[in-house]
Design a protein around this ligand. Structure first.
Ligand SMILES: [Zn+2]
Length: 164
């Protein structure tokens, strides 16, 4: 009997671990919400304010197709604003060509973005969003250029470029 139980336990524990790995990525973490109350719109209100494509990125944490944004090749001097609330997020002097097909920056404007870990892919990634309206912008990785070593991989549809 003891032998049977221990054998069952032996099988059960790895099974549970595998199930945990499979189901963890499916957990939906807190969806994008605003830190500033005046930007706390309902889903319907956001839908009227944004294009369907930008709504998908900003409010449903979607990702645009690589190389689909004109902002990927934007080389002029200027500021990249949040497409949801117009908060300035990135400056062109911190933009670099990462070769990934998404606008990439090695630093954000101080205080403009906040991060959280997402488990949409099995490997946890650090998602970042606008600190004012909570709109999802992209993911930040640790393989960027110096001086920060960061790579903010941003959806072009979540940004509005203002040349200076
Ligand atoms: Zn915003």
């Amino acid at each position: 009997m003891n032998q049977f139980l221990s054998r069952r336990t032996f099988i059960l524990i790895p099974t549970m671990s595998i199930l945990k790995i499979i189901f963890k990525p499916m957990q939906v973490l807190a969806s994008s919400f605003a830190s500033k109350e005046e930007w706390n719109f309902t889903k319907e209100e956001w839908k009227t304010r944004l294009s369907p494509e930008s709504y998908y990125i900003l409010r449903e944490e979607g990702t645009e197709r690589a190389f689909s944004s004109q902002l990927n090749n934007e080389k002029r001097k200027g500021i990249f604003h949040c497409a949801g609330c117009d908060l300035p997020l990135f400056s062109s002097d911190k933009k670099f060509d990462s070769g990934t097909g998404w606008p990439s920056f090695w630093d954000s404007i101080q205080g403009s973005v906040e991060t959280k870990v997402d488990f949409k892919l099995i490997v946890p990634r650090t998602e970042y969003h606008c600190s004012r309206c909570g709109g999802h912008q992209g993911h930040v990785f640790n393989d960027g250029p110096l001086p920060t070593g960061k790579r903010y991989c941003n959806n072009g549809l979540a940004l509005r470029f203002v040349p200076v």
